[in-house]
Ligand binder design. Structure first.
Ligand SMILES: Nc1ncnc2c1ncn2[C@@H]1O[C@H](COP(=O)(O)OP(=O)(O)OP(=O)(O)O)[C@@H](O)[C@H]1O
Length: 224
């Protein structure tokens, strides 16, 4: 029997910095079974939006709902949402195994199918001892192993080598069985390859793209 579908919605999000509107009148919808891409220029407000949805940023009048019920702050609801911030998920000097344990995950299971990562994540090793891309990938895999209903990923492909991006993309596709995934990254190609739905954040608003590659080219986000 197919898993029951759940819907995350967010709206009413108005954010200003220095009297400039960063987010105004955003409506976002993510369903379990979907990978939803959030694209946009540097500084367009993608990270601000993810922080707000997770509850890490408090925005008056914002509404975040799952299946129609308010879930603010979402991070307080057990099993509901996991969030990979752009700045890192745990302190870089913390042992990977400790970080995974605090997140309720087995490091070995999280890194299954990634033998090179398993070799690097030996007892006591920390993110600070790994390359940037390896550390990024390990954080994403640990977070995914929590199997939360919704997963917010801010630049999971950053610094990750193509062969691992491919493997991570397969994991993301498979994770749709139990999760809805909201993903932002400047590596448009792998994002578009994995996404079921694509939003462009522009002038503070979300635009749903129906022909993502063509529209991104027309708007100057992708080269001709
Ligand atoms: N705490 C803050 N104080 C002032 N301005 C901020 C603050 N946080 C974010 N901003 C501004 O808000 C805008 C949106 O930032 P945000 O990090 O959300 O963009 P982004 O789309 O994630 O960018 P990038 O793709 O470069 O990561 C930027 O202009 C940024 O300078």
């Amino acid at each position: 029997m197919p898993a029951k579908q759940h819907t995350l919605e967010a709206d009413g999000i108005q954010v200003q910095f220095d009297n400039q509107n960063v987010l105004s009148g955003v409506y976002l919808r993510v369903q379990t079974g979907q990978v939803v891409a959030l694209l946009g220029a540097n500084g367009s407000g993608k990270s601000t939006l993810l922080q707000t949805v997770f509850g890490a940023r408090v925005v008056p009048d914002a509404s975040v709902r799952v299946d129609g019920y308010p879930v603010m702050p979402a991070y307080r609801q057990p099993g509901l949402m996991s969030y990979l911030p752009q700045t890192g998920l745990w302190p870089s000097g913390m042992a990977l195994a400790t970080a995974a344990r605090l997140l309720g995950v087995s490091l070995v299971e999280a890194l299954a199918d990634f033998p090179t990562l398993q070799k690097q994540a030996v007892e006591g090793s920390t993110r600070a001892e790994l390359s940037g891309g390896t550390g990024r990938l390990i954080q994403t895999l640990v977070l995914m192993a929590r199997r939360s209903r919704f997963l917010l990923l801010d630049e999971p492909f950053s610094g990750v080598m193509p062969v691992h991006i491919e493997q991570l993309s397969s994991r993301l596709r498979a994770a749709r069985v139990h999760s809805g995934i909201l993903l932002t990254d400047h590596r448009y190609q792998p994002v578009l390859d994995v996404a079921d739905v694509v939003y462009l954040l522009r002038h503070g608003r979300l635009q749903l793209l129906t022909e993502p590659r063509a529209e991104l080219r027309d708007l100057g986000y992708l080269p001709d």
